[in-house]
Design a protein around this ligand. Sequence first.
Ligand SMILES: [Fe+2]
Ligand SMILES: [Fe+2]
Length: 197
Amino acid sequence: MDHVKFTAMKDGDKEDYEFLTEHEIEYTKGTASRLLNALVSLDESLSGYQITRLGHSLQSATRAERDGADTDWIVAALLHDIGDIYAPYNHDEYAATILRPFVREQVTWVVEKHGDFQMVYYGHHVGGDPNKRDAYKDHPYFDDCATFCERWDQSSFDPAYDTLPLDHFRSRVEEVFARKPYDPAVIQPGVRVPLTS
Ligand SMILES: [Fe+2]
Ligand SMILES: [Fe+2]
């Protein structure tokens, strides 16, 4: 069997759906490498900065690693702007959606909100609200997102910085996306792990 028998989902039988489930399990094993390839495509995206979007992603992850952050943080730093490719108006939510089943809740939240928090650095130059992040001022992860942006995001546009290559991060990305999705031991609701050590 190399494909299902049905042409409309309601006509599928148990054999069809068992086949699809197996197929899906095999396909999901390739998530990490598909994401790494997508990051390389970021290199071709419009930038205007002194470094490419891939360069920015790698620099963010390099800074995270050098700050002593854990794997969840490092992979999040690497992928935080991956939404730029297909979702330029909500790239933060897009990246958070990719990460959500596989990293700590804290990390997903920070990635999801980083766009609003970044406004503090440039909102006043573009007619936006630099204090947009204040909407979350009582949130338990507020300080974590502020730190993420200050140390790893807004700072990572420096062509002179000694940035590590994509291959350096490959095994961490593979480890994260091989985790059991939505495993409570990974999601750890409410747990705060420091970004720096
Ligand atoms: Fe971003
Ligand atoms: Fe960024």
